[in-house]
Unconditional design. Structure first.
Length: 268
């Protein structure tokens, strides 16, 4: 009996508890949901896509989402947050993780595009307009109004907005009047609540809300193309399900859903 007790302790087992089969690393991976760190602008489409993913094959695992600005998510991944896939709203933040060897470069794809929109509260008297170099956004804001936008210091929509306002020759005048938000959805909320008379968001976010109206689309030449790169993280390097999910999200099965939510689906 003494020898049996010592053998049990040597194996790291607790006396009195039944012995269980050893769980392999692969089994541990297969038991957990796949975690997606995704740009805030993707949340409606991804939540709608999850049931289709689960139904696509019997073994497809549930999805867990973390939505925020791409900059915030990239830094969380850098600090060790457990993401299997990173879905960014711009290329530079994917580059940030690539430079730190935190994504698998061979999995990186950029399947989606978007447009940049100027919005106002739904009950605003502002009328739709063609945005161009001569558009006076300061006049549209009024004497005290602020322009809601993701923080141009790091949030992708804010970086696109800064480029567009610079192209229009209005960045210097409008910079002090920005209501800087932590993500595109936070900026949208400021306009929905009437706390800002105007905002700059993605066209898909404008379409998702009944509390705002779209006044115009910024010309494509006014800013870098809005691009959504996706990649598997190094954490999921040994998890084939992560690669399968990425291929599914970036491929034909998901294309119609992305388009339904207003995204541009790029040819592979």
């Amino acid at each position: 009996m003494r020898r049996r007790h010592l053998a049990t302790l040597a194996l790291g087992l607790v006396p009195g508890l039944p012995l269980a089969p050893a769980a392999t690393h692969a089994q541990g991976i297969a038991d957990r949901p796949l975690t997606l760190f995704a740009a805030a602008s993707l949340q409606d489409a991804l939540r709608a896509l999850e049931p289709a993913w689960r139904a696509a094959a019997p073994g497809n695992r549930p999805l867990r989402f973390s939505f925020a600005a791409s900059s915030s998510l990239a830094r969380q991944i850098e600090q060790g947050a457990p993401a299997d896939l990173f879905l960014s709203a711009d290329e530079p933040w994917m580059d940030y993780l690539a430079e730190r060897k935190l994504i698998l470069p061979e999995t990186r794809v950029s399947p989606l595009g978007n447009a940049l929109a100027l919005i106002a509260p739904a009950d605003s008297p502002a009328a739709p307009l063609a945005l161009g170099r001569g558009t006076d956004l300061a006049a549209l804001l009024g004497a005290q109004g602020r322009l809601a936008v993701g923080d141009p210091a790091h949030v992708p929509v804010g970086l696109y907005a800064r480029a567009a306002l610079t192209w229009m020759g209005q960045w210097e005048a409008l910079q002090p009047r920005l209501a800087r938000a932590e993500s595109v959805r936070a900026g949208l909320l400021l306009v929905e609540r009437g706390e800002a008379p105007l905002g700059i968001v993605y066209a898909t976010d404008a379409a998702a809300s009944q509390k705002v109206k779209r006044l115009g689309i910024f010309p494509a030449e006014s800013h870098p193309p809005v691009s959504y790169p996706f990649a598997v993280t190094t954490r999921a390097a040994q998890d084939p399900a992560a690669r399968a999910l990425l291929a599914w999200l970036a491929g034909p099965p998901a294309a119609a859903a992305w388009q339904r939510f207003g995204f541009t689906v790029r040819a592979p």
